[in-house]
Design a protein around this ligand. Structure first.
Ligand code: AMP
Length: 214
């Protein structure tokens, strides 16, 4: 099962992608997580990506595509994967298709989680991320047991630079200009599954499972 998650930043892709990956026992591959781990580790890739991420811009395709093609070729991905945050541009989708076609494979579903911009802006203002392990929370929808403390590792929770309001507005306009066209791209291949992302997390997950035939 090879699934890609589409939807605006803050639509709930990450949460649903993790649950879907656990359900099918396949890896959850988040390019945002890969970049954040590289920034934390002080790698060359992290240094190159940070400026774009903090400004709410996309990291250039050439820094993303090889990394993903390499990741999905690893052993744990042989039964499939859930791609979260990739592809984000038409050239990235074409690079993914080309890499899969070379192995006689293809994407099974493009799950599009639909949430209006106004709902996204109010949601993002409540997001918190752990400085230690990267776990994510929401002060209303997915609150940590103790305010500002990670349930998983006990580290402090912060607002990620890319969740700050001015960055969120930038990220939404980047999404509409560069990523939304992917809905038509995958629709033309008959792969899009549209999901109402305004419902609560469990209802959204149930709708995904129902529509992809679990
Ligand atoms: P995310 O955690 O998926 O919201 O990603 C956070 C940030 O990482 C994005 O705003 C981009 O700056 C960068 N990023 C993640 N995935 C990609 C991608 N596929 N292409 C370009 N930039 C990306």
């Amino acid at each position: 099962m090879k699934v890609i998650m589409l939807g605006a930043p803050g639509a709930g892709k990450g949460t649903q992608a993790k649950r879907l990956a656990a359900e099918y026992n396949i890896p959850h591959i988040s390019t945002g997580d890969i970049f954040r781990a590289n920034i934390k580790g002080g790698t060359e890739l992290g240094k190159k990506a940070k400026g774009y991420m903090d400004a709410g811009q996309l990291v250039p395709d050439e820094l993303v595509c090889d990394l993903v093609v390499d990741r999905i070729s690893q052993d744990d991905a042989k039964n499939g994967y859930v791609l979260d945050g990739f592809p984000r541009t038409i050239p990235q989708a074409e690079a993914l298709d080309a890499a899969l076609a070379a192995k006689g494979e293809n994407v099974d579903y493009a799950v599009n989680i639909d949430v209006p911009d106004e709902a996204i802006i109010s949601r993002m203002s409540g997001r918190r991320a752990c400085v230690g392990c990267g776990a994510t929370y929401h002060i209303i929808f997915n609150a940590p047991k103790v305010a500002d403390v990670c349930d998983v590792c006990g580290s402090k929770l912060i607002i990620r630079d890319d969740d700050k309001p001015e960055t969120v507005r930038n990220r939404l306009s980047v999404y509409h200009a560069q990523t939304q066209p992917l809905i038509d791209y995958y629709d033309a291949k008959g792969l899009v599954v549209n999901i109402d992302g305004t419902k609560d997390m469990d209802a959204v997950f149930a709708e995904i499972l129902e529509k992809i035939g679990k």
